[in-house]
Design a protein around this ligand. Structure first.
Ligand code: ZN
Length: 626
């Protein structure tokens, strides 16, 4: 995770950096509680502060959007940079030198980046001036005919690449860039005769910014002549630009105050510009590719709601269905605009005006409604005959993804009225699919449980009892496990008091066991700290993408600070005892299941029963603390 920056340097940076003034460069903080600072979260739109910073633990956490971590994570998230880049930003602020070798690579990289930033800025200026030349009046006229005002062209930094083969090459050389640098930009290429030539010719040029908007990373070029193919060309990747990681116009959205709750996602540059000009400043586009997971993550970070405003043709519908599949994995609510007879959002506004478009946004159907509508179209043949079996099967499949029984019932009722089938039949189908989905899912879970059990050193059978026992206090159990890790990391001096009882076996899954193990090792080396725990947890969250362990740890760490009723020491013993009880319950259930197995030898059975009686003596029935 740390790339090529040594861990000691990272630790040093964290030690010498105070998170509070760093955060204050972006967020206005006030001290509401005795220990923590609060402010309006910079990562989601809110009116009541739920974003907190702990100076004691040097961490931040938003109780609302659950983003949290240490100062490096904060810089990563707010500046949208990689871990090593965040470390470098903080190193600079703290005046810490990154060791020579790494610094050389870093500095070389930084120089290259700086050159490309300057080169792209120079190219953008060149294109911009070119658009405003009287000889290129026809291009401006073309943009005016498409409905764009001069103000909009300026807001997006629009320019023009003329039809010469090498005007930009000549301009860049005159500006002092060498051929290697010019080629590295990707917007200039080599001809078959080894001459440098412009990639974009006779095209309207649209600069692409990263979300922080501080420099240009590439361009999109739209053919002026509608007959020219392809209609759009984009910059290839370069040291600044990585496909699928940026969203067009997100830099403009980020400047809005307050941050909008919803974003409109369109297919292309021109849609964004048209909607922007009509006052819909919360519009973005996915930059020439199908929506990627990274882009979906960005959207999820900036908005609560996303409204898909793709073209109404078949390609647009397919793209919308694919985008829904990707966005479904995130929390953002998804809606799909129904443009009716208009071919794209721009066309709709031109036909019906801004007010009706706003109304259309307000009443945009949910992604599910859209998917059901498409299922119906797909199930209808060209004679208008609806294949009921196919249609109900597809809708049932969609409904089975819903968690809420009420929603399933509502949709089933609607479908039953539509096709005249009893809604109970539909619900039956949905539940059947749900069951087989859960079965597939629970088989995976059981596999994981078996793994955990074999780590306990026993025969790996997963019993119903076992799962019941674990489920009884699952939430509390998980929280308690995080709590003990958090206490030990915050008060390392307490470790010695429990070192004989603290074992990875007390923890219920591989991730927590790993952390427990790391705690033990760090305690031996005197390296136990909140910062290290945050790091390890973050690392685990990266290894196992599906589970964000940081989200589980942060609220516990934050709460610990406020817990002043009992001393940490008291709390520690209390939690440790609970964990021991949990572990015994788990083992108890395991043994009960194992002895049922007819294939075990009588000797094995005897050992298990002996172990069980020891547990029964030690376990508290009923538990004292509940
Ligand atoms: Zn937040």
């Amino acid at each position: 995770m740390s790339g090529f920056i040594p861990q000691e340097i990272i630790n040093q940076i964290i030690e010498q950096t105070d998170i509070v003034p760093i955060v204050e460069q972006y967020v206005k903080l006030s001290k509401k509680s005795s220990v923590n600072y609060f402010g309006l979260c910079p990562f989601h739109s809110e009116t009541k502060p739920s974003f907190s910073v702990s100076p004691g633990k040097q961490i931040f956490y938003c109780f609302s959007c659950q983003r949290g971590g240490n100062v490096i994570k904060f810089i990563q998230d707010i500046e949208n940079v990689s871990f090593p880049d965040a470390v470098r930003i903080l190193a600079e602020k703290a005046n810490i030198e990154i060791p020579t070798d790494d610094r050389k690579i870093y500095e070389h990289n930084q120089t290259e980046r700086k050159i490309q930033q300057n080169l792209h800025l120079e190219a953008a200026r060149f294109y911009y001036n070119s658009l405003n030349k009287s000889s290129n009046r026809h291009v401006k006229r073309y943009m005016t005919e498409r409905g764009f005002s001069g103000k909009t062209l300026i807001a997006f930094g629009i320019g023009y690449a003329d039809s010469e083969w090498d005007s930009l090459v000549i301009h860049l050389r005159n500006a002092g860039f060498n051929d290697e640098q010019i080629l590295a930009s990707g917007i200039i290429r080599k001809s078959s005769r080894n001459n440098l030539i412009d990639l974009f010719r006779d095209r309207v040029m649209i600069p692409i910014f990263p979300s922080h908007g501080r420099y240009i990373i590439g361009f999109g070029g739209r053919a002026v002549n509608d007959a020219d193919e392809p209609k759009y060309i984009n910059s290839p990747e370069n040291i600044l630009y990585h496909k699928g990681e940026n969203l067009f116009a997100l830099n403009l959205v980020r400047k809005l105050r307050p941050l909008p709750e919803s974003l409109i996602l369109t297919e292309g540059y021109m849609d964004v510009m048209a909607l922007y000009q009509s006052g819909f400043h919360n519009t973005i586009a996915s930059l020439g590719t199908a929506l990627t997971e990274n882009q979906a993550r960005l959207i999820d970070r900036y908005a609560k709601k996303l409204i898909l405003a793709y073209d109404s043709d078949q390609a647009g519908i397919n793209a919308a269905l694919r985008a829904i599949e990707i966005l479904e994995k995130f929390n953002v609510e998804i809606y799909v605009l129904d443009l009716g007879d208009a071919k794209d959002p721009d066309n709709y506004i031109k036909k019906y005006g801004k007010a009706r478009f706003q109304a259309l946004l307000n009443e945009a159907p949910s992604a599910l409604d859209f998917q059901i509508k498409i299922a119906r179209i797909k199930s209808t043949d060209h004679n208008g005959y609806l294949n009921l079996n196919q249609y109900t099967a597809e809708v049932a499949e969609l409904l089975a993804k819903l968690d809420s029984a009420v929603m399933i019932e509502l949709y089933a009722k609607r479908l039953s009225e539509e096709i005249n089938v009893a809604s109970s039949t539909i619900i039956y189908d949905v539940n059947r699919i749900k069951q087989s989905n859960t079965k597939a899912n629970s088989e995976q879970v059981e596999q994981k449980f078996s793994q955990n059990l074999s780590e306990y050193g026993s025969k790996s059978i997963v019993s119903r009892e076992y799962k019941q026992v674990v489920q009884i206090d699952q939430k509390k159990y998980v929280r308690d496990q995080w709590l003990i890790l958090a206490i030990l990391a915050s008060s390392p001096e307490l470790f010695d008091l429990i070192k004989d009882r603290f074992k990875p076996d007390l923890f219920s899954n591989r991730a927590l066991k790993t952390l427990a193990d790391k705690i033990i090792q760090a305690a031996q080396k005197n390296q136990l700290s909140v910062q290290n725990l945050v790091f390890w947890t973050d690392d685990l969250s990266h290894d196992l993408e599906n589970i964000n362990y940081t989200k589980q740890l942060m609220p516990v760490l934050m709460a610990l600070e406020a817990e002043d009723i009992r001393s940490d020491q008291e709390l520690l013993f209390d939690v440790l005892q609970k964990l021991e009880q949990y572990a015994m319950q788990v083992r108890q259930a395991e043994i009960l299941e194992a002895v049922k197995d007819k294939h075990i030898s009588s000797e094995q059975r005897r050992i298990l029963i002996e172990e069980l009686s020891v547990i029964n003596k030690n376990i508290n029935y009923p538990k004292r603390n509940t």
